[in-house]
Write a protein of this length. Sequence first.
Lengths: 413, 413
Amino acid sequence: MNPRIDIEQLSRELEQLSLFSDAPSPAVTRVLWTEQDMKARAWLKSLALEAGFLYREDALGNTFIRLVGSQPDLPAVGTGSHNDAIPFSGMYDGTVGVLGGLEALRAIKRSGLSHARSLEVLMFTAEEPTRFGLGCLGSRVMSGAIELEKVRALKDANGVDLETARKAVGYTAPLESVRLPKDYYAAFVELHIEQAPLLEQQGLQIGVVNAIAAPASFFVHLTGEGGHAGARLMLGRRDALLAAAEIALSVEAAALQSGAMDTVGTTGILEIHPAAINSIPSQAKLGIDIRDTDGLRRDQAVQHVLETIKTVCQRRQIEYRIEMMNADPPAQSDPKILEAIRQAVQDLNFSSLEMVSRAYHDSLFMARISPMAMIFIPCRGGVSHRPDEYATPEDMARGVEVLARTMLNLANL
Amino acid sequence: MNPRIDIEQLSRELEQLSLFSDAPSPAVTRVLWTEQDMKARAWLKSLALEAGFLYREDALGNTFIRLVGSQPDLPAVGTGSHNDAIPFSGMYDGTVGVLGGLEALRAIKRSGLSHARSLEVLMFTAEEPTRFGLGCLGSRVMSGAIELEKVRALKDANGVDLETARKAVGYTAPLESVRLPKDYYAAFVELHIEQAPLLEQQGLQIGVVNAIAAPASFFVHLTGEGGHAGARLMLGRRDALLAAAEIALSVEAAALQSGAMDTVGTTGILEIHPAAINSIPSQAKLGIDIRDTDGLRRDQAVQHVLETIKTVCQRRQIEYRIEMMNADPPAQSDPKILEAIRQAVQDLNFSSLEMVSRAYHDSLFMARISPMAMIFIPCRGGVSHRPDEYATPEDMARGVEVLARTMLNLANL
């Protein structure tokens, strides 16, 4: 008997999870190690126990829920995604991969089908960069993609460092223990909403992700000179906001000028100081995100922006400091896993599209320590990171079904 | 015997006042009706009592400290300024006019010189727009320059309305009682730091202010469309921050294009939502301040910006809403008061400059109900609204001396 998905339970659990939030429903805000995040984590662990699974948490709160296989010593087959949600976002990004992964494991357990390898669903800590400015924190550390010194030096907007923050919520083991050995997983498959409109536009059901785009992000800190907005003449002003405005526009220009549709650039953060209507801004901080499916082209766009920053700041006599957060290479999916996904899609008679993920995911880093691929499902209008983000129960059920079959297939290879 | 200024006491009191602050010294942040503001108010009243003066507070907390004259029924001669300080500003803006005004009254009392009219120092509530977005709140209401309905509708950034806020700190009388009759003051003279470098550059001691520039300020609320910074292609984005960036740059352009040195434009506030590095900004809010000594030219600059907003928002498919806060006409000083100031300057053998105030002051509104003029003293580098704002004790002493003599002169006219 094939694994059968309980889509009512999965939908109900997604609704429940969305209520652990610091924003009013339907908006979701769930930031790393806040009270709501800790409540969501406790709730997830209670679901694992209810289902009869083992779980463990590492020193960053990455949570591993395991259904033990008939040959427990073999490297496991993993799935998973993240539970955190950027401010005022929606309820499907990441969560579909966590709760959908859990449902896949429950369905496999219910089916009684045997699997040699253990199956594991992983809830990654801080895929979103909201608190410490760096995305995929859990998977970066797990895969050794970042030096632990850098991790320890991370500070949030209130000046709290990562070590203090994690220990305050009970994660006290040494950071070194987070790293996973290369043979921990035989394969890793992440289920996620597409966050783009291609599947919906083409009326297709499953996205088979063969690569993940290369993201880069950095902060720009600008220091000019403040003063009275009425009394200070225009000539010789060193207004940090005006430099920031030119830089934000140059991010857009750099993405458009690349000539490739896949180059995207966004200034998602712009803060100024002192932020009074009658005071010239003396400081500004920008948070910039540039991505491409092509690493080289991405780097060229970043370079374009860095050169503009230099020119603008010279002309406006603004001091600047660039804080590079990440500039990660793209990742390729594993052929064997892709084949397993295609097989599951075919067995289930679903329609599918081979595609690239322009959004990054924890799988970008899991690719460094394990064969990796991803399964996408459509989301309405391609909308994500917004309260109106939506995936139908039918699409979610199809995604989880493909995931369960893919995992079973890989677990017996 | 002429009034003699105790500059040590005044300097000490300015230092003391600067410590009622929500920013670390030397920066000062003192926002309307916060705990620090209320402590500063209580302290000022204690100084009035120590000096043997009467005081009263109105329904907005405007505080009137009076030295009664020999003919108490005559309209009084007033001076005064404000105690509030925008975030991370300095310790002289406004406060020199309040504590200097108090010292002028004390010096006159000590001198034993007679004065027919009562003398009054006024501490205005919320000259700065920090909390409710509208500058000169106290003097606007006092002079009937704003409808009380509009005042009651004001809300701060936390959604607290003005009525709730004032009552919470004990100002419960009806707002109607704030209005002053036209014959309340025979004359009003405000002492203030120049907030510009002209006096310092020309090595002059006293500014005789013959007009106050026309300020306008407004908020622009922009609504675009959010989305995932990686997955959402550039084409068809409706990024609210990029529209805001163009608008901020157009404020600078409008001021520069006026061709007159006196036209200044500043975007002092820019807030975006949701403010996550990997999320396209769906909303932005700008706070814009445009001023000129010429009301018509000021209006042209405002018009230029409003047209840019329309064009930019059309092109970028952004919805917008303009919230006009104020667009006040300039004010002319009273010839009789100017003559009294000039006489005092001459008697004291000080050097002086006739000048325009490009910054606005409560006197802009007092001009609607009383003959008005202002006395400026130099401030270092023309710097204001910054922690390094500074006026020498000698310059302050000269300013207070001119003020005291001017008031005495006007009190016996």
